[in-house]
Design a protein around this ligand. Structure first.
Ligand code: ATP
Ligand code: MG
Length: 255
């Protein structure tokens, strides 16, 4: 693939006797929205965990910009610009919505955001950070909740807030594990559109686990379908979504 930014090379991962990833290879093109689909338990989250560095593969390697990152910690990957969300959002529940988004801008960890905003101490950069955070919250329809504790949000809103926080970190590669689960369809479409703009304007690459195939067909550049730890189909959305192997995997798993 031209301009490959991320390469997964023959990765396998077992949990005891269960083969969660079975010799998986894939490439993610630079500045694409690449989707990972597949029935429950097919290995999607495990793959995101291996790429994000939470899990080490048993065999195989991960390359970012041709650099072997297989044994780098999640923090080292974060510094390279590889960021991820979790299937269950990881938020600071007692901090406000705005503070949760501002966390990647380290300055604000030290103090209460409101104190900074109300004082004369903030310089232009800080104002820009808050401005950007509010823009991200507005995109995610969370701006009216900026001062609410994260713990008070609904499940869908928590997923959006976690997405907001990683957008704030100026990422290069974004790994999203079902970011739109629990988000209403109209807002989900708007967010996918905005991710496309971020892809085009900033050249960010997205690897997204998504169950909703309608979103896949409308917004993805490329799709990988997994089943029982293996990649069973790859290609543009129209090709993969019409692949009999993919349909069979979904139907088989719903029985
Ligand atoms: N930490 C673990 N210990 C043991 N088994 C695990 C672990 N994590 C995942 N598995 C197993 O590995 C397989 C793949 O799981 P994974 O979470 O990657 O699937 P998934 O495609 O993300 O599914 P879903 O769509 O339900 O989120 C499953 O059979 C799961 O039970
Ligand atoms: Mg999963």
């Amino acid at each position: 693939m031209e301009g490959t930014v991320l390469r997964v090379n023959s990765v396998s991962k077992r949990f005891g006797g269960l083969v969660a990833l079975d010799n998986v290879s894939l490439e993610v093109g630079r500045s694409t929205i690449t989707l990972l689909i597949g029935p429950n338990g097919s290995g999607k989250t495990t793959l995101i965990n291996v790429v994000g560095g939470v899990l080490k593969p048993d065999t195989g390697a991960i390359y970012y910009e041709d650099k072997d990152i297989t044994y780098m910690s999640p923090a080292e990957r974060f510094r390279l610009g590889i960021v991820r969300t979790f299937q269950t959002p990881q938020l600071f529940s007692s901090l406000s919505v705005l503070e949760n988004v501002l966390i990647p801008s380290k300055y604000f960890l030290e103090e209460n955001v409101l104190d900074i905003v109300l004082s004369n101490r903030w310089v232009t950069k800080d104002r820009e950070q808050v401005q950007r955070a509010l823009e991200i919250l507005s995109l995610l329809r969370l701006d009216h909740l900026w001062d609410a504790p994260a713990s008070s949000l609904s499940g869908g809103q928590m997923k959006l807030l976690e997405l907001g926080r990683i957008l704030m970190s100026e990422p290069r590669v974004v790994l999203l594990d079902e970011p739109l689960a629990g988000v209403n369809p109209a807002l989900a479409r708007e967010i996918m559109k905005r991710l496309r703009e971020i892809r085009d304007e900033l050249g960010v690459t997205f690897l997204i686990v998504e169950h909703r195939l309608d979103l896949a067909s409308s917004y993805a550049d490329y799709v990988y379908a997994m089943h029982r730890g293996s990649v069973i189909s790859r290609g543009t959305p129209d090709v993969v979504l019409k692949d009999p192997l993919v349909l069979e995997a979904y139907i088989g798993s719903s029985r």
